[in-house]
Design a protein around this ligand. Structure first.
Ligand code: PLP
Ligand code: ZN
Length: 438
């Protein structure tokens, strides 16, 4: 097979990168994109670092994108004229003091992105790939996904930019208003189904078994290839140094496998000489990976996900479970969970430190705090938390927290607005009291 192909994660059977396939025909396993790593060794580790560093200062197409700056490692098969980019990647890596029980934490702000979440990293590759297939004569009428909100926003935006129809399946009433508005605004066909995410996932798999509608969920390996750049970018932003831990919120489990794949590739190509440990953070109300971890991944059962504020990870039957276990084993990983109260307080604390954390990032921060308090993560460890979406997508969560309206949440940092008459003396007195209280 030339440079890049699809390969079954169970039996190793290979398929052409241009074949439309999401599972192995022999064994039903998921497929991963694999690259000819030996061919990539034609550049030394130092040469790759130099190339990636130079491109990070370039504004020329397509290297203004953090994903396409690493094109050779991600999707060499795609011609430049088929790339659909909205400037994804190169998100800030912030150093935050006194957070989650640590003197300093690095936060990778994946929500500072075109559609407000890390899903842009994968969607640019997937939609570009579809455009390439169409240019080669493949009949594709539309692209489709099931979503807890962010995948649909990203698919709708990239499909709109590419001029390809998008079909979105959402669990009715289970996503935020902002996330519902995004695909509608981009002109996607939006279907709110009377089910949960897992139910939408079944429908979209049925719909896309007719290959003229292309599947855009992360069970599709093309998405993972774009998302894998997040770990590479973190290492690059740390001056090619390796953190001790990376904490990541986990739902359908595509992103944690993507993180692992990017770092593994850097390791194989000699850009790093050891691997960080990975922590998967789950909401207690949707925790199948955590439960499986407690049995050392011997036993796995899908669960019925309960309602959680971390709605983007309210998933009970994660499609990429096997991929995630592979990554966690390779990276000496840990899985931990957070309650509704813990995730809400962790988000609020982060906001008080100047961040604006989405509830999924709250899960990651709460889990980090637990592991620090138990001594699993030490004060001297260098820790990166992956912030997966922008807090602005979750305005209801923020307002309800501060007005004390969230079930199972105490709202210790509640800071509701003060409503009063427009009387200058009363305002002056009140301000004096409020400033003293802080
Ligand atoms: C999709 C998403 C996740 C979970 O990623 P998976 O690949 O499904 O595990 C976490 N946080 C946010 C904000 C997301 O949109
Ligand atoms: Zn197989």
């Amino acid at each position: 097979m030339p440079g890049t192909w699809l390969e079954c994660i169970r039996c190793g059977r290979r398929y052409s990168i241009n074949e439309i396939a999401y599972r192995c025909e022999s064994c039903g396993g998921l497929l991963d994109v694999e690259h000819d790593v030996d061919a990539l060794k034609s550049r030394s580790a130092a040469e790759w670092k130099d190339l990636f560093s130079r491109r990070s200062r370039m504004s020329g197409w397509p290297y203004q994108s953090g994903v396409w700056a690493k094109k050779e490692w991600v999707a060499p098969q795609i011609d430049a004229e088929n790339i659909v980019s909205l400037g994804e990647g190169y998100t800030p890596l912030l150093k935050v003091r006194n957070l989650a029980g640590l003197p300093e934490v690095w936060v990778k702000e994946c929500g500072i992105s075109h559609t407000g979440s890390f899903k842009d990293l994968g969607m640019t590759v997937l939609v570009s790939h579809v455009r390439q297939l169409i240019s080669q004569g493949t009949q594709i009428r539309a692209v489709a996904c099931a979503s807890t909100g962010d995948t649909s926003a990203a698919l709708a935006a990239y499909a709109a930019a590419a001029g390809i129809p998008a079909i979105i399946f959402l669990p009715r009433g289970k996503i935020s208003t902002a996330q519902l508005a995004q695909p509608i605004a981009h002109g996607a066909i939006v279907l709110g189904l009377e089910t949960d995410f897992d139910g939408c996932m079944e429908i979209v798999q049925g719909i896309t078994s007719d290959h003229s509608i292309y599947l855009a969920n992360s069970m599709n390996a093309l998405r993972i290839e774009g998302q894998k750049t997040v770990g590479m970018e973190i290492v690059q932003q740390l001056g090619w140094e390796i953190p001790d831990w990376i904490v990541i919120p986990a739902g359908n489990l595509g992103n944690i496998s993507a993180l692992g794949r990017g770092l593994s590739m850097m390791y194989k190509l000699g850009l790093i000489d050891r691997l960080p440990r990975i922590v998967a953070a789950q909401a207690e109300n949707a925790n199948p990976l955590y439960r499986s971890f407690l049995t050392d991944f011997e036993d796995y059962q899908a669960v019925q996900a309960k309602k959680t504020l971390a709605s983007a990870i309210q998933i009970g039957a994660p499609v990429s479970y096997e991929r995630a276990v592979k990554a966690l084993r390779a990276f000496d990983g840990i899985v931990e969970e957070a309650s509704e109260d813990e995730l809400a307080e962790a988000s609020a604390s982060a906001d008080r430190a100047g961040l604006y954390a989405c509830p999924q990032t709250g899960v990651a921060l709460a889990v980090l705090e637990k592991l620090v308090s138990r001594g699993r993560i030490k004060h001297s460890d260098r820790v990166v938390v992956i912030s997966t979406a922008h807090g602005l997508k979750f305005t209801d969560f923020k307002v309800d927290y501060h007005e004390g309206r969230l079930a199972d949440v105490v709202s210790r940092h509640a800071n509701p607005p003060i409503y009063m008459k427009a009387d200058i003396d009363a305002v002056r007195d009140r301000l004096a009291a409020e400033i003293d209280r802080r």
